[in-house]
Write a protein that binds this ligand. Structure first.
Ligand SMILES: Cc1cc2nc3c(=O)[nH]c(=O)nc-3n(C[C@H](O)[C@H](O)[C@H](O)COP(=O)(O)OP(=O)(O)OC[C@H]3O[C@@H](n4cnc5c(N)ncnc54)[C@H](O)[C@@H]3O)c2cc1C
Length: 290
C-alpha cells in the first residue's frame, strides 16, 4: 500500500521542529523510527500533509547519567536501550524490556519516544516505564513539562501529550540497593507484540521483607496499568510463594481486560495474573542477589 502524499521535513533542531509543528498544526505529524506511523499511513488508517522527521535532531539521541537520574533521549532506539552498558549496570529492567521488542530490524529503527507517544496497548515499554516510575519530559511552544508515567498513558493509543508537544526525554532512577527488576511477556508469535507483559520491581530490607513493590502490566487492556492491589499485598511482607500468589491474584483488580483474535479478555486476565507472579518471583530472586 502507498501512503497519501505528504511533504517531508527534516529539522535539525528541536526549535525548528517546534516551529514546523506550530506552522502546520493538525496537518503535521512527527516521524521518529516510523515503525508504527509508516504502517498506519500505508494502510491509510491515518494521513497527514506534513511529516516532521525528528531523526536528525542529534540532541535527542543519548543515554546518560544526569543529576543522579538515568536520562534517555526520545530518539534512543530500542537497540540502544537494550545494549546500553549504563542501563544494564544501573537499571537493567528497561534494557531487558527493550530486548523483548519485535525483531532486530524493529529494534534498530524504533525509538523509545515513538513507542511511548504511540501508546500501543500491546507495546512493551509502558509496563517497565510504569514499574520504574519514570518521568517523561516534553517541550512545546509554551515550554517544558514533566509527566509522571502513571499520568502519561490515558487510553487506547492516547497519551497525555498535547498537540504541538514533543516527548524529549525519559528519566528513571537507578535501582536502589537490594532491588531487583524483571520483565516477562507472552509474545504474539507473528509480530512479537505483548499479548501480556509484566514488569516488576521489588526492594527488600535486611530481613528479606518487601519495602517497595512496583508492577506495570501491558497488553491486556486498552492501556497499560500499575497493579496497585498486587503492590499493596506484598508491601511489608516476606515474598514467599503463597504471598506472591495472593499478590498476583490482584493484578487485574479494577481493570477491564480486552480480547481480540489472539486471546480473549478472560485469557489475558489469567495470563496477567500468572505472569505477575512469575515476574515478581524473578524480581525477588534478583533483589536477593544484589
Ligand atoms: C513488525 C513490527 C513488530 C513490532 N513489535 C513490537 C513489539 O513486540 N513490542 C513493541 O513494544 N513494539 C513493537 N513494534 C512497534 C515498534 O516498537 C515501534 O518502533 C514503536 O511503537 C514506535 O516507535 P517509532 O520510533 O517507530 O515511532 P513512529 O512510528 O515514527 O511514531 C509513532 C507515533 O509517535 C509519535 N512520535 C514519535 N516520536 C515522538 C516524540 N518524540 N514526541 C511526540 N510524538 C512522537 C509519532 O508522531 C507517531 O504518532 C513493532 C513494530 C513492527 C513494525
Amino acid at each position: 500500500m502507498i501512503p497519501a502524499e505528504f511533504e517531508y521535513h527534516a529539522p535539525k533542531s528541536l526549535n525548528e521542529a517546534l516551529a514546523l509543528l506550530g506552522q502546520h498544526g493538525d496537518d503535521a505529524k512527527l516521524l521518529a523510527g516510523g515503525h508504527s506511523l509508516i504502517p498506519a499511513l500505508k494502510l491509510r488508517l491515518s494521513s497527514f500533509s506534513h511529516l516532521i522527521d525528528i531523526g536528525r535532531i542529534g540532541d535527542l539521541a543519548y543515554i546518560k547519567e544526569d543529576k543522579g537520574a538515568l536520562a534517555i533521549g526520545a530518539r534512543a532506539t530500542h537497540f540502544e536501550v537494550e545494549s546500553s552498558a549504563l542501563l544494564q549496570q544501573k537499571s537493567p529492567l528497561l534494557a531487558e524490556c527493550a530486548a523483548h521488542i519485535g525483531d532486530v530490524q524493529v529494534r534498530n529503527r524504533g525509538t523509545l519516544g515513538g513507542s511511548l507517544a504511540h501508546a500501543d496497548p500491546a507495546a512493551d515499554y509502558p509496563a517497565a516505564i510504569l514499574a520504574l516510575e519514570a518521568e517523561i519530559q516534553t517541550v512545546s511552544a509554551s515550554g517544558k513539562r514533566t509527566i509522571k508515567a502513571e499520568d502519561f498513558f490515558v487510553d487506547l493509543l492516547t497519551t497525555a501529550l498535547q498537540p504541538g508537544e514533543i516527548l524529549t526525554e525519559v528519566r528513571i532512577a537507578p535501582l536502589a540497593a537490594k532491588t531487583g527488576g524483571a520483565y516477562l511477556k507472552v509474545a504474539q508469535p507473528a509480530s512479537g507484540f505483548a499479548v501480556v507483559g509484566v514488569a516488576a520491581v521489588v526492594t527488600l530490607d535486611a530481613a528479606g521483607k518487601c519495602t517497595k513493590v512496583r508492577v506495570g502490566i501491558t497488553g491486556a487492556a486498552a492501556k497499560a496499568w500499575r497493579a496497585h492491589g498486587t503492590e499493596a499485598v506484598l508491601s511489608g511482607k516476606t515474598p514467599d510463594d503463597n504471598t506472591l500468589a495472593q499478590a498476583a491474584a490482584k493484578a487485574t483488580d479494577g481493570i477491564e481486560t480486552a480480547g481480540d483474535i489472539f486471546a480473549s479478555a478472560d485469557y489475558r486476565a489469567h495470563l496477567a495474573r500468572v505472569y505477575a507472579k512469575r515476574a515478581l518471583a524473578k524480581a525477588v530472586e534478583r533483589a536477593r542477589k544484589v
